[in-house]
Design a binder for this molecule. Structure first.
Ligand SMILES: *Cc1c(COP(=O)(O)O)cnc(C)c1O
Length: 413
């Protein structure tokens, strides 16, 4: 499993398909991405195969959407079985996969109710709507006066409302005007948060670990401090666990590391098992109960196929096996990165099987390093200049993880 095969496709006689496929992929697609020069055709577990038959170790896992690896047998079985029964009903009718998914996901979160959606950005948008409605109906904020506090460096998706409160110029410039009602404060600064809360504040939205920003982990005490401020001021704490949740950090939720329970969980990515987009807003009845028929919806959200796969994901998480693996493999990841510090690595932040690694800019950009890793058979992604993000599937073997980190070490020298 740990060697990259050099197939005849690499010999000069056999033309490689990759350049042609890359050109074809560029020809008629919007250029909103700058993918690495690789064209994948198959994948299983932590390994992918490209169109030239080259095997590549996936150290990104779809930004955590593939926590359970590619083609996990239990998830494929659930999807295959459901494809032959019924895939979509719309929420105009109830289907027989809905109850189990919502009940078991609510239980996994320790909450009463689930609002199923599809993508992460939709879960965020839905959570914001719920918070505003709660603010008017329950907290008694004057109509259209609700404020929501967000964090600097946030990443919550790509819809117009969400990019409107981003501070990343690439994400927001050229897409205004934006939705009002958001106040941004520095991340991990309790004083700034306290100062920003007013009687009109209905929610604080944050990532318990900021993934896109480079796996930024707030100092111990910050999340409990946010929880206390929210409780004290009658403000909802919304944790965007779309990337940090569902096993990645070694616990079911990143908030669990600090014993913090938010009022609203936003989930996505791994909830669909890498098979279908499944996201959700999860909260207690006194919060999610503010939505009434006609006030929110989604054609595909909570479809039979989504619920079948989502339930299989919840069942995997109920075993605790993946959280345990993330913890154990995370020790390997942490130790190996610590050994690379000063050898091309200028700093890193890691929790569970998830790390942001700052590369010595003298060695090139994060992109350069990812291209070097690709040449060595490893898929990873840069974020913000000279930082790369490592998030291998939680099913990766210890040997393969070591092999992938060997390639990182070699690429740094
Ligand atoms: C990926 C991500 C989103 C957006 O999810 P999409 O499915 O791409 O819309 C939102 N929040 C966080 C923290 C994410 O990592």
């Amino acid at each position: 499993m740990t060697t990259v095969e050099t197939t005849s496709a690499d010999s000069p006689e056999t033309p490689r398909r990759t350049p042609e496929e890359l050109a074809r992929a560029e020809a008629h697609a919007a250029h909103n991405y700058h993918p690495l020069p690789v064209v994948l055709s198959h994948a299983e577990g932590a390994w992918t195969t490209d169109v030239d038959g080259r095997r590549l170790l996936d150290m990104l896992a779809g930004y955590s959407a593939l926590n359970f690896g590619h083609g996990h047998p239990a998830l494929l079985a659930a999807a295959h079985a459901q494809l032959d029964r019924v895939t979509l009903t719309s929420r105009a009718f109830v289907h027989d996969r809905f109850a189990d998914f919502t009940a078991r996901l609510a239980a996994l979160c320790g909450k009463d109710l689930v609002l199923p959606m599809n993508t992460g950005a939709e879960a965020v948008e839905s959570g914001l709507k719920v918070a505003r409605k709660w603010g008017y109906d329950v907290k008694g904020v004057q109509a259209d006066q609700a404020e929501i506090v967000v964090m600097s460096g946030n990443f919550h998706g790509r819809t117009t409302t969400v990019v409107g409160f981003s501070d990343d110029p690439d994400a927001r410039n050229g897409f205004g005007p934006f939705t009002p009602g958001f106040v941004r404060v520095p991340y991990a600064d309790l004083g700034a948060l306290r100062a920003a809360i007013t009687p009109r504040t209905v929610a604080v939205l944050l990532e318990p670990i900021q993934g896109e920003a480079g796996v930024l982990i707030p100092p111990p005490g910050y999340l409990p401090g946010v929880r206390d401020l929210c409780t004290e001021h009658g403000v909802l704490m919304i944790a965007d666990e779309i990337q940090s949740g569902l096993g990645r950090t070694g616990r079911t939720f990143a908030c669990d590391h600090e014993g913090v329970v938010p009022d609203i969980y936003l989930l996505g990515k791994a909830l669909g098992g890498g098979v279908v987009p499944v996201s959700a807003v999860v909260a207690d009845r006194d919060v999610l109960g503010v939505l009434h028929p006609g006030q929110h919806g989604s054609t595909f959200g909570g479809s039979p196929l989504a619920c079948a796969v989502g339930l299989a994901v919840v069942e995997l998480l109920e075993t605790g096996e993946f959280q345990h693996r993330a913890t154990q493999l995370g020790v390997v990841l942490h130790d190996r990165l610590a050994a690379l510090s000063g050898h091309g690595v200028t700093g890193f932040r890691a929790r569970g099987l998830w790390a942001g690694v700052d590369i010595d800019p003298a060695l090139g950009t994060g992109r350069d390093l990812c291209e070097a890793l690709l040449a060595r058979g490893v898929l990873a992604k840069d974020t913000h200049g000279s930082t790369i993000r490592l998030a291998p599937p939680l099913v990766i073997s210890t040997e393969d993880l070591h092999w992938g980190l060997d390639q990182l070490a070699a690429a740094l020298t």
